[in-house]
Design a protein around this ligand. Structure first.
Ligand code: FAD
Length: 453
């Protein structure tokens, strides 16, 4: 397995060039699905109704818009319209999801015109489904008053917003801390039952103190082990961790790398006002950290495997019925994409995970930790970043659900795949796929720079 020469156990079994070649072939499908179909270019989520469950605004480290904006030292140099608050705002019309009562009164078919006259969206309403305990993500109506808004992903591309500083760092740190298994495995397993991570309804206060204690312990250990700055999350290596924990870290780090790639690739030059790739940004955040790029490729392999695995499940998937021609086109595109992905564990072999009986209980914990990552996304203090952060967490959550809960050959016992999950899955693959093309571009630019061209 050439994918990661340094891996203790192979986490994925495909080389960079194999994945690049695949991406060259598949990217046009993914792009067409995410850019040209109504079904996949609108996403429903609760962007405003959910409070950050992990810290409050009083502690001065909040993730709300005001705090995030205040932490930008040089924002005074940026014209008002480009400031983080402006760049982070959502664009375009939104449509509200009809509540349960409204749904009961309506016929069970897609609704037309929900997004307004000029949108041409006809296929955006999802009917409520019951949640499943095999979900890896928090369903977006948890603790929220409404079922959220439909937002256009085309009108709100993932790119530079200026969201930075203490607010964004606090979110990333909290996300990486979910992977903080600082105790030796035996101790950790015996204390699992009392772990506040084990249940879904843990009190935020308890969680905060546990997180705090864990990070202090881990930072100290990390500093000793690596002679590194205790607060840098990159220094948290996992050489002695089991495969499942390393996979968790790689997924999160790969998602972070993809977000960084997009903000560097679609970057605002504040002097010229032009949006263009920023090589310096790429160099600092990705090029100097090959392990982050490796984690991005890892995520590509994982996402591909998940989309390939739902081939049977989505064979008869109903997209909607309002525009049969577009439905058919959407269906053909998704099936073609899924069919073009090599079948079986050729690219990514999920069956090596959770196989050892001694780590059986880890699966539940893994799932709960991932759910916590999805809750942390409500702490992101920039609307566009929160939109894409929530979508991608849901996308990876869906991929993990497909990998670990779906049967490739017999879908009769598979948990349901909700519309939001399918949209998040394909769009997250789209994000990683686009990141791979951007990295290739950046690599060419780096070569040119090194040659002095
Ligand atoms: P950060 O990216 O904030 O990283 C913090 C620390 O994490 C780094 O110092 C490093 O030690 C470590 N680290 C960085 N990358 C990795 C990695 N791949 N793997 C492991 N460790 C790593 N900004 C935008 O402009 N547009 C967006 O769409 C956007 N979306 C965001 C979504 C979320 C969920 C969050 C939390 C933030 C988002 N941001 C976005 C902000 C952006 O991610 C950065 O936080 C910001 O640009 C500041 O970057 P930084 O260089 O200080 O380091």
């Amino acid at each position: 397995c050439a994918f990661e020469p340094g891996a203790i156990v192979s986490d994925a079994c495909a080389s960079y060039s194999t994945l690049d070649d695949l991406n060259d072939r598949l990217y046009p499908y993914v792009k067409s699905i995410t850019q040209n179909t109504d079904f996949f270019s609108y996403y429903r989520l609760n962007l405003y109704n959910k409070k950050c469950p992990f810290w409050s605004e009083e502690n001065g480290m909040c993730g709300n818009i005001a705090c995030a904006v205040n932490t930008l030292d040089n924002e005074g140099d940026i014209p008002l319209v480009w400031r983080a608050q402006e760049l982070g705002k959502l664009e375009g019309p939104k449509a509200q999801h009809p509540g349960r009562e409204a749904q009961k009164k309506r016929p069970k078919r897609p609704l037309q015109g929900e997004l307004g006259e000029d949108v041409g969206e006809s296929c955006v309403v999802e009917y409520d489904d019951d949640c499943d305990d095999r979900d890896y993500c928090v369903p977006d109506d948890e603790n929220a008053t409404g079922k959220g808004d439909y937002v256009s992903l085309i009108d709100n591309p993932e790119r530079f917003t200026g969201y930075a500083g203490a607010g964004s760092h606090q979110v990333w740190e909290a996300i990486y801390r979910e992977n903080c298994f600082s105790k030796p495995r035996a101790d950790w397993e015996s204390s699992m039952n009392q772990s506040p991570f084990g249940g879904q309804a843990q009190a935020a206060q308890d969680l905060r103190s546990v997180l705090k204690a864990q990070v202090v312990q881990q930072n100290i250990q990390s500093a000793i082990a690596h002679n590194a700055e205790p607060s840098r999350v990159d220094t948290l290596e996992f050489e002695d961790e089991c495969l499942e924990k390393r996979v968790f870290h790689r997924v999160v780090s790969g998602m972070h790398a993809s977000i960084s790639t997009h903000l560097c690739y679609d970057f605002l030059n504040q002097t010229t006002g032009q949006w263009s790739p920023n090589l310096e940004c790429y160099e600092q955040r990705l090029h100097k950290h090959p392990e982050r790029i490796s984690n991005l490729y890892f995520n590509y392999a994982l996402m591909l495997r998940a989309v390939g695995k739902i081939r049977q499940h989505i064979k008869d998937y109903e997209y909607c019925s309002a525009d049969p021609a577009q439905d058919q086109q959407t269906k053909n595109l998704v099936l073609s994409l899924s069919a073009a992905i090599p079948a079986g564990p050729e690219i990514f072999d999920e069956t090596v995970m959770f196989r050892d009986p001694s780590v059986a209980s880890l699966k539940e914990d893994f799932r709960n930790r991932f759910r916590n990552v999805s809750r942390i996304m409500d702490c992101v203090g920039c609307d566009k970043c929160r939109l894409w952060g929530k979508l991608q967490t849901a996308g990876y959550g869906t991929a993990l659900k497909v990998l670990f809960e779906f049967d490739e050959h017999d879908s009769s016992n598979d948990p349901p795949l909700r519309r939001t999950e399918l949209v998040a899955l394909i769009n997250t693959l789209g994000r990683v796929s686009h990141s791979l093309t951007a990295i290739k571009d950046f690599s060419r630019m780096m070569e040119a720079k090194e040659l002095g061209i």
